[in-house]
Design a protein around this ligand. Structure first.
Ligand code: 13P
Length: 220
């Protein structure tokens, strides 16, 4: 980049780096795996491909337009998964941040082709009565993006078969904390499976939870 981005953009780039480092420190992901992005200026800012999060500087963050083209010449190569980030921003105008990681328990379930069913009422935190599984496709492909966008039509999180987890939200903080929550649910589900038969909540019970979540919290 020839010149420094404006202050607001610098802050967003730094925020992306802070959360990328948190991906590692929280245990959501290991090493360079995973990637995160935030909507910005008719496009989005995304982590670069194959660089250690600890070493990132704000110049390493990549600005892509919604057609996937780089906004700035000569910048780093974007995450190999830029396509599903891009397609999610195009299909979901309610979201502003995407977190993709390979957390241990989500990935263990995804590698045994399991979604997370309504084994616990907190599953509703992802917007429905399950946390779905997007079918496997090669990383970085249009097919994977299609599978992810389809799984996230009415959800805020999904597992990706033989791969990992995606969480989306209106802020980076929201997407990141949802990713942590889904990993906790995945761990609890893995433990419950080991104990034997799981009693799943019914559609009606989950509908009640989803309705109650709308008024849960400190709002009036
Ligand atoms: P990138 O380093 O290209 O973001 O790829 C990491 C990854 O997890 C791919 O799914």
């Amino acid at each position: 980049m020839s010149e420094q981005p404006p202050k607001y953009e610098q802050q967003l780039r730094q925020q992306l780096i802070d959360y990328a480092i948190k991906l590692n420190s929280s245990g959501l992901t290991q090493g360079k795996s995973g990637n995160i992005s935030i909507r910005f200026d008719n496009g989005f800012l995304i982590t670069p491909t194959a660089l250690s999060y600890q070493q990132l500087t704000i110049e390493d963050i990549v600005h892509l337009q919604l057609d996937g083209l780089p906004a700035i010449e000569g910048q780093r190569k974007p995450s190999s998964e830029w396509r599903f980030h891009c397609d999610l921003y195009q299909h979901r105008d309610d979201i502003n941040a995407v977190v993709h990681a390979h957390p241990d328990y989500c990935t263990a379930l995804a590698c045994t082709s399991r979604a997370i069913p309504a084994f616990h009422y907190m599953v509703a935190i992802a917007g429905g009565d399950d946390i779905p599984l997007a079918p496997y496709a090669l990383f970085g492909t249009e097919q994977l993006s299609h599978n992810v966008v389809t799984a996230l039509t009415q959800r805020q999180a999904c597992l990706i078969e033989n791969h990992g987890l995606i969480a989306i939200g209106s802020t980076l903080s929201e997407s990141f904390h949802l990713a942590l929550e889904v990993e906790t649910l995945a761990k609890q589900y893995c433990e419950a499976i080991k104990l034997g038969d799981i009693k799943l909540l019914s559609k009606q019970q989950m509908t009640e939870v989803i309705a109650k979540f709308k008024t849960y919290g400190q709002r009036n």
